[in-house]
Design a protein around this ligand. Structure first.
Ligand code: MN
Length: 204
C-alpha cells in the first residue's frame, strides 16, 4: 500500500512563496487522489509489493488496459511524493558535497543549472513537470515531461532529484497565469540539503 509523503512542515510554512490553500489542496486533495487511484490500480494489476519505481519502469509488462492509468496515477503518486518532500521553510539555498561538484562540472554553476530547469519549466506546454535527474553513476540531466510522466516512466534510466510541478493546480490560486513567478518562488523553498542527501543515496 503506497502512502503519501507526510509534510514535515505546516501547510502555511512555505508562505509567502507557496500559499497555504494551495498546499492544502495540492497535497490533501490532488495528491491524495492520485495515491488512492494508484493503489486501486496496483491491486487490480496484481503488482502489490513492487516499488513505484519498479512499476513505472516496467509499464510495458502490464496489461494494456491498465497501462496508461498506472502511468498517470503512479506518476502522480511518485512525482508529488518527491515534490512535497524537498521543501522546507528554512531551506539550504545551495547543494553541498558531491552534488555541488556534479552541478558545477555539468552546468558551470548552480545559477546556470537553475536557469536550464526554469527554461524547461516555462516552455512545458500545458500540464507537466521539469526535472533535475541523475543516473546511477551520478551523471546529471535536465528534462521536462507531459502530464504525470517522469524520467522513470519515460525509460531514460534516470532518477529524479528535483521535481518542479508546473500543472496549474500547483500555482493558479496564488499566481494565476504567472507561471514564471511561481517558478522563481519554488527555488525559495526548495531545500538543497534534501536534494544533496537524495543524490548521495542514489549514487552511493
Ligand atoms: Mn501537482
Amino acid at each position: 500500500m503506497f502512502e503519501q509523503v507526510k509534510l514535515d512542515y505546516a501547510t502555511n510554512a512555505l508562505e509567502p512563496w507557496i500559499d497555504q490553500l494551495t498546499i492544502e489542496t495540492h497535497h490533501g486533495k490532488h495528491h491524495a487522489t492520485y495515491t488512492k487511484n494508484f493503489n486501486d490500480l496496483v491491486e487490480k494489476a496484481g503488482l502489490t509489493g513492487k516499488s513505484a519505481e519498479e512499476i513505472l519502469a516496467n509499464l510495458d509488462s502490464v496489461d494494456v488496459s491498465l497501462r496508461q492509468g498506472l502511468k498517470n496515477q503512479g506518476g502522480g503518486y511518485y512525482n508529488h511524493n518527491l515534490y512535497f518532500a524537498m521543501f522546507s521553510p528554512n531551506p539550504a539555498k545551495a547543494p553541498t558535497g558531491k552534488l555541488a561538484d556534479a552541478i558545477n562540472a555539468k552546468f558551470g554553476s548552480l545559477d546556470a543549472c537553475k536557469e536550464e530547469i526554469n527554461k524547461l519549466a516555462a516552455a512545458q506546454f500545458g500540464s507537466g513537470w521539469a526535472w533535475l535527474s541523475t543516473d546511477k553513476s551520478g551523471n546529471l540531466s535536465v528534462s521536462n515531461s507531459l502530464n504525470q510522466d517522469n524520467p522513470i516512466s519515460e525509460g531514460t534510466g534516470n532518477i529524479p532529484l528535483i521535481a518542479l510541478d508546473v500543472w496549474e493546480h500547483a500555482y493558479y490560486l496564488k499566481y494565476k497565469n504567472l507561471r514564471p513567478d511561481y517558478i522563481k518562488a519554488f527555488w525559495e523553498v526548495l531545500d538543497w540539503d534534501k536534494v544533496s542527501a537524495r543524490y548521495d543515496e542514489i549514487v552511493g
